[in-house]
Write a protein that binds this ligand. Structure first.
Ligand SMILES: Nc1nc2c(ncn2[C@@H]2O[C@H](COP(=O)(O)OP(=O)(O)OP(=O)(O)O)[C@@H](O)[C@H]2O)c(=O)[nH]1
Ligand SMILES: [Mg+2]
Length: 225
């Protein structure tokens, strides 16, 4: 009887990705850049959050990598607020990978950059477990998706350092149960910070910018923005 051989493709692919992700985060640390993986459902408001923080953090200090299946719509939105952006189109891929980020970084310049914001492909499942060289994870979660999302998609919420609840202006119209949502988050990820925003109040994004600047000061003491 022939010997059985097991080929562990998944494991080796993950190891290669994770090793590359680690190199990326170290390289960014070397130049005092904080990288943030921004995840959330399609249309949850990820790009709007990045636009919102430019009222507080100068656009010159932010570089953005945009991940979408197709189009450069979000890249152009970034450029219209003065942010240098690189668009990745994954075509059928439901998440970014470290190799994609490495390619993007080569094409971006980081002269005054302190924050590299990576808007992942809109999806509450696939991006959760794939390292892409981020120092921190933000999950953007809109009231219109429903307050049951943390319980249905716990992995991504457990990974979050910050959860931004967007579309606060629509919360009562869609019956968003904020109390149960926050209780669920606290039970699965007590260390996650939660911030509520709405594009109807531009000041609501200041707390997100303040959180980013605070995290920056913890990662790079003495290099405060
Ligand atoms: N009423 C309301 N609409 C919002 C708010 N934030 C975002 N939107 C709208 O929601 C839609 C999606 O917002 P985006 O910021 O493009 O969402 P996204 O997560 O980047 O979307 P994808 O990149 O396509 O996954 C847009 O029409 C926004 O104008 C908000 O706070 N209130
Ligand atoms: Mg977007």
């Amino acid at each position: 009887m022939p010997n059985k051989k097991t080929v562990r493709i998944d494991r080796s692919v993950t190891e290669t990705n994770d090793a590359m992700a680690q190199r990326i985060s170290h390289s960014l640390s070397d130049v005092n850049v904080l990288s943030v993986n921004i995840m959330g459902s399609p249309g949850s408001g990820k790009t709007s959050v990045i636009e919102g923080i430019t009222n507080t953090i100068p656009a010159a200090e932010i570089a953005v990598i945009q991940g979408d299946l197709e189009s450069d719509i979000d890249k152009r939105r970034m450029e219209s607020v003065g942010i240098a952006a690189y668009q990745i189109n994954t075509h059928s891929g439901c998440h970014l990978t470290a190799a994609m980020i490495e390619q993007a970084i080569v094409n971006l310049t980081f002269e005054h950059t302190r924050f590299l914001l990576i808007e992942n492909v809109g999806n509450l499942v696939c991006p959760a477990d794939v390292l892409i060289g981020q120092h921190l994870n933000i999950v953007v979660s809109s009231t219109t998706e429903g307050s049951d999302k943390p319980r249905k998609y716990p992995v991504i919420f457990k990974r979050a350092d910050l959860i931004v609840i967007t579309k606060e202006d629509l919360a009562s119209a869609v019956g968003f149960d904020e109390k149960s949502y926050i209780m669920d988050i606290h039970s699965m990820n007590p260390r996650a910070k939660i911030i509520k925003t709405t594009t109807k109040d531009k000041d609501s994004f200041r707390s997100v910018a303040d959180w980013l600047m605070h995290e920056y000061s913890l990662f790079y003491p003495g290099e405060n923005p």
